[in-house]
Design a binder for this molecule. Sequence first.
Ligand code: NAD
Ligand code: PRE
Length: 368
Amino acid sequence: MKREKVLIVGMGLIGGSIALAIRQAHPEVKIIGMDTNEDSLTLALQKKAIDEKKDDFSEAVIQSDVVFLCTPVRATIEFLNKISSLNLKKPLIITDVGSTKLEISAHAEKVLPENAVYLGGHPMAGSHKSGFIAADPDLFENAYYIFTRSKSSSDEQLAFLKDLLKGTRAKFVEMDAGTHDEITGMVSHLPHIISSALVHQNEVFSEKFPETNQLAAGGFRDMTRIAASDPTMWTDIILSNRRILLHRLEEWQEEVAQVAEWLKDSDQEAIFDFFAKGREIRNRLPVFKEGAIPAFHDLFVTVPDHPGSIADVTNILAKENISLINLKIIENREGIMGTLQLTLKSKKDLALAKQMLENTRQYECYTM
Ligand SMILES: NC(=O)c1ccc[n+]([C@@H]2O[C@H](COP(=O)([O-])OP(=O)(O)OC[C@H]3O[C@@H](n4cnc5c(N)ncnc54)[C@H](O)[C@@H]3O)[C@@H](O)[C@H]2O)c1
Ligand SMILES: O=C(O)C(=O)C[C@]1(C(=O)O)C=C[C@@H](O)C=C1
């Protein structure tokens, strides 16, 4: 098996992070990038995550030894269709990073030509951020990276892929595609639906009470961070896992209806048990081991309310060469301190930005 040329289609958050991780562990590998977003490709070239960019998918596949499909699920299925009509002259390993596995792997088994073997992949780490700008070689460190094997794949091919991905420092696990979709439906897809539903409910509510958004504190923010994720990606995911999610949504409605019943009855004991058991279960969840890096690096800075205070903050960062992925004013009331949310590229940049801003004694900084 050769790994001279790797093609990554979709140079966004996940494709970009994979390119950077392969680059770190295997600098000799030639990485070709493809994307419809020119900005992501240009940045990937600048950061040397890829050696070249290509427009012609068929030509790029034919030249490659390994293809990573890192696009939204629907596009990934379309790319499998395109590969099915190619006349491959050498063996090809195809993998993907899609958040669902059953539909993609069944399709790959059905359409792929003789010389191609498919191994499904899904790194269980990510973010609500999109594009190469948010890519990070350490994104998958200590995270689970799930493989769903196709019948035609061999142990040797799986070992080869793991070695190619060793720079991710992820923990590789295997499971069947059906189990994968059940589990991710529960712990990833359902929470994204609930988070967006909460944001929608609040939008209608806040028309009547306009102060609502200013007052929303940690609880609402924690619950709704993932509602800021990419809509194409999430439309594809939930339609691809439709059957399973319809069950989970039914159960969710029962959970919520039960709480409403207890409230109607002012059933203090049942409500207490609900929260007590909830806390106990939440506290039992395994925590990220030392070294695991959250997928985003947000620093919250309280700034005095005077003209030019945002520029003062960005100037301090610029002097240290710290680049910002995003800057958001999340609280700004006249006459009092406001809060800025600065999104930084890495844990290192976050620590440096915090230190520099705190050194001025003008800003209070915190992370969540
Ligand atoms: N974001 C996460 O947390 C996360 C985690 C694990 C897996 N995933 C999965 O990874 C995949 C990519 O997600 P992401 O977060 O990197 O999204 P992203 O938006 O950051 O990147 C996707 C990239 O694919 C490109 N693209 C879309 N259609 C294309 C096409 N037809 N041809 C070429 N390029 C195309 C987009 O321009 C974009 O740059 C999705 O399938 C998603 O389900 C996401
Ligand atoms: O942290 C986030 O923002 C994510 O949504 C990451 C997350 C998740 O649900 O945990 C999202 C989709 C993936 O397929 C895997 C991970």
